[in-house]
Design a protein around this ligand. Structure first.
Ligand code: ZN
Ligand code: ZN
Length: 312
């Protein structure tokens, strides 16, 4: 009697639940992944992996965690991870399974993909060590969104200052946040040197405060917090302060020279006031044009035209 597969219609010697071995395999995977994704958390300082709430200093648990998420649906005799190079955030890890889903089918290999979310986080031991060493924190923020070039400038100043005074101390941690950077230092003098170098390079307001970590009298251990608020604009920028447009002519000693575009009056904008009142950058266009016998600056801010003389 001829046996015919119910799915593909082919003749077959072996029929399993009405299907040929190929169709049976296709409809019966060797295994399934139990979770939407496998979370891997690794400490960037010591390399420990968080394994079921415990921090284990053994990279092998990464494989273990991935393989544990696979539930065999047939007889699985081997599982192998092809390539395990994890990047921060989501990864697709390919696993090759070996085995068979039915006794009448000889062993074969079958791929399966596991989603792996990889993150880095200090383990409690390293966090304590970092806290113990952390003597100063520098918060760099910006009043207007930071461009990549300003970000790179800030980072290169930090790197240069730190490498110039390596004997003084080092950086515990540097974190990019939505509007700037948080930098932690082992040494307060180094934090100050970095902060003032950035302050003298980019228009900004600087302020500092000390807090007592522990101890008293001679043995007091303090932590320095420096706040640096950047206003990264320069000659030629147009900014809105309190709803009024200004054309920036220059900067020095905490003050911008600027033209109030509405009435054409030259004025000074103090950084400290700008930090209080806020600054935005509108859509604008600046161009030198001939007007009569003079060259004037034509500034278009959100559709309104302003003329500035003696600025070309
Ligand atoms: Zn078939
Ligand atoms: Zn650690």
């Amino acid at each position: 009697m001829k046996r015919v597969c119910a799915l593909c219609g082919r003749e077959t010697d072996v029929l399993i639940e009405g299907l040929c071995p190929d169709c049976y395999r296709k409809t019966h995977p060797l295994a399934r992944v139990k979770r939407d994704f496998v979370g891997i958390v690794r400490c960037p300082m010591c390399g420990s992996i968080n394994y079921r709430g415990r921090w284990v200093r053994d990279e092998k648990v990464i494989k273990k965690l991935i393989l544990e998420s696979i539930e065999p649906l047939g007889r699985v005799s081997g599982m192998e991870i092809e390539d395990l190079s994890l990047r921060p955030s989501m990864n697709m890890v390919k696993v090759t399974l070996r085995g068979s889903v039915h006794d009448l089918i000889p062993e074969y290999t079958e791929p399966i993909s596991v989603s792996v979310r990889y993150t880095e986080e200090l383990c409690p031991r390293c966090r304590d060590l970092a806290l113990e060493r952390e003597r100063a924190v520098l918060q760099v923020r910006s009043l207007i969104p930071l461009s990549d070039s300003i970000k790179n400038l800030v980072l290169s100043i930090i790197r240069n200052e730190v490498s110039r005074s390596a004997e003084r101390g080092s950086i515990v941690d540097i974190n990019e946040v939505s509007s700037g950077f948080d930098v932690k230092f082992t040494d307060q003098g180094l934090a100050r040197a970095v902060a003032y170098k950035i302050h003298s390079t980019i228009p900004s307001r600087i302020s500092e405060s000390q807090s007592v970590l522990r101890g008293r009298g001679e043995r007091t251990v303090t932590k320095l917090s420096i706040s640096l608020i950047l206003v990264p604009i320069n000659r030629g920028s147009v900014v809105m302060v309190m709803g009024k447009p200004y054309y920036v002519l220059g900067y020095g000693q905490g003050t911008f020279k600027a033209v109030d575009l509405k009435d054409g009056i030259h004025t000074r904008l103090k950084i400290t006031d700008m930090v209080k009142m806020g600054v935005t950058v509108p859509n604008y266009d600046v161009e030198c044009v001939e007007r009569g016998s003079a060259r004037v600056l034509r500034v278009i801010v959100e559709g309104n035209e302003y003329i500035v003389s003696n600025a070309c």
